[in-house]
Design a protein around this ligand. Structure first.
Ligand code: GDP
Ligand code: GDP
Length: 436
């Protein structure tokens, strides 16, 4: 479930973004719309030989007003937080001092490094790769980002070196990512959740992927909470790098089982709030909406319902997400969060027996058949649930092209009425029935 992260490093103009785009391919996702991050594409998820991974191009993370070497150093440091480092050098130009500088940093750390010598466009340049043995980082792999040569070898090697799931994440339990815009109170909320009646499991050295992951036990059950604001606050290097904190939020979302999406009840809903929530939704993660700073809001008996209404309008695509109102400051209702997390997690793992599912589908179509279009009517013959997290249903039908999205939404709502999927997205895939 928790796919590891490959981070690309290297000095400018060695072909990092070319290789990144090669691997990302033509994958289009909602992530494209993220301001700052994907305009120039530095984050993507992928799958290779059945294994999932995340990929970031640290070359796209620039620091304002920093000397060139400082910038490279910061990028390498960011990469060192991830699972596997893909170090790209330029095989046409040959070895440079900057390459040696980066190699020097990489040698002093423990994360696995894959060395790719780029721009080996044809066999006549094959000789060029040998001098890169001098970097002391093992066997270089010849690639050509432009021609797509050697990319498979690079991915094979990166995934071979990827820590296995159990090694990568020693901490078992439900992973909770706390996401939201700066200053909504994420860190305060994490502290409040960890405060009472919970025992924090001490971090076993070398097992935490990230210093902001905190394992804890609540009523005998293990959890890991990830404060996506933590990195931004941790060091000077990252402070100004808004792009990087958004990136971290994304990798944390990808690794989590449940996302706590925090908004500021006092300041109200802002436009930026929508981006990160959209990503969690796209990633198929269960979401709990946490309205924080409720202590600071002047209220009467209508305030809460009015706020709920606003949320339902502004975040129409999160209509399935439960909403809790809390104060991280006074701890008010903070203890309602974990039980809700448990519930939505359970819902995201729910499996519906095929016969029961088909009763619901049949009943739904009898009561409300799809409207006819050009004399043809969309019809589902049967459905099966093919996976969980999120629950995913494949519906065999007469003709997928006949399904209007409003009818898909209607089917989804019928499933939600029949079964408890609150908090979790569900996916519906329609396929043409294979005739026997
Ligand atoms: P970055 O700064 O490391 O991200 O480098 P880019 O990906 O922007 O590439 C820098 C330049 O090298 C661009 O003009 C690319 O078209 C070119 N380039 C990238 N990969 C290759 C390759 O495999 N062969 C050749 N000949 N040129 C490449
Ligand atoms: P983050 O950037 O999302 O991690 O936000 P912080 O946890 O750093 O909080 C931002 C600011 O909001 C700080 O000044 C907090 O003291 C304040 N804050 C956080 N939670 C609450 C709350 O529940 N009520 C009030 N009144 N202030 C809060």
């Amino acid at each position: 479930m928790h796919s590891g992260v490959i981070a690309i490093v290297g000095r400018p103009n060695v072909g990092k973004s070319t290789i990144f785009n090669r691997i990302a391919g033509s994958r289009v996702s909602i992530v494209e719309d993220f301001p700052g991050v994907t305009r120039d594409r530095i984050y993507t998820t992928g799958e290779w030989t059945g294994k999932k991974f995340q990929l970031i191009d640290t070359g796209g993370i620039q620091l304002a007003d920093q000397p060139y070497q400082e910038e490279i150093r910061a990028q390498v440091q960011i990469a060192m937080n991830e699972d596997v480092i893909l170090f790209v050098v330029n095989g046409k130009m040959g070895l440079t001092d900057d390459d040696s500088y980066i190699a020097g940093i990489l040698q002093k750390q423990t994360k696995p490094v894959v060395l790719a010598v780029n721009m080996i466009d044809d066999s006549t340049r094959m000789m060029n790769i040998y001098e890169f043995y001098n970097l002391g980082l093992g066997d270089p792999i010849a690639v050509s980002g432009v021609h797509g040569i050697g990319i498979g070898d690079v991915l094979d090697e990166c995934l071979r070196l990827m820590p296995e799931e159990d090694k990568e994440d020693k901490h078992t339990g439900i992973h909770i990512a706390v996401i939201g815009e700066p200053n909504v109170g994420k860190s305060s909320l994490v502290n409040a959740i960890l405060k009472e009646k919970r025992s924090i499991v001490s971090n076993v050295q070398g097992t935490t992927r990230d210093a902001v992951d905190t394992p804890f036990v609540y009523e005998g059950k293990p959890y890991v909470i990830v404060d996506t604001a933590g990195i931004r606050k941790r060091g000077k290097v990252y402070e100004s790098v808004e792009k990087y904190s958004v990136l971290r939020a994304m990798t944390a979302i990808e690794r989590c089982d449940v996302a706590l999406f925090v908004i500021d009840g006092e300041a109200g809903i802002r436009e930026q709030d929508k981006h990160v929530a959209g990503y969690a939704c796209e990633a198929g993660k269960p979401i709990v909406i946490v309205v924080n700073k409720w202590d600071a809001v002047e209220k009467d008996d209508k305030t809460m319902n009015a706020f709920i209404e606003r949320i339902r309008i502004e975040f129409a695509y999160l209509s399935y997400a439960p909403i809790v109102f809390v104060s991280a400051l006074t701890h008010q209702r903070v203890d309602t969060i974990i039980p809700v997390v448990d519930q939505v997690y359970e819902n995201s793992c729910r499996r519906i027996a095929t016969n029961i599912l088909n009763e619901v589908i049949t009943d739904t179509q009898i009561t409300t058949p799809a409207p006819a279009r050009n004399g043809k009517r969309f019809r589902v013959y049967y459905g099966t649930q093919v996976s969980t997290q999120p629950p995913t249903f494949v519906l065999s039908c007469n003709d997928p092209r006949l399904m209007h999205f409003t009818y898909e939404r209607f089917l989804e709502n019928s499933l939600r009425q029949a079964f408890d999927f609150s908090g979790t997205p569900i996916r519906i895939v329609v396929r043409k029935k294979v005739s026997e």
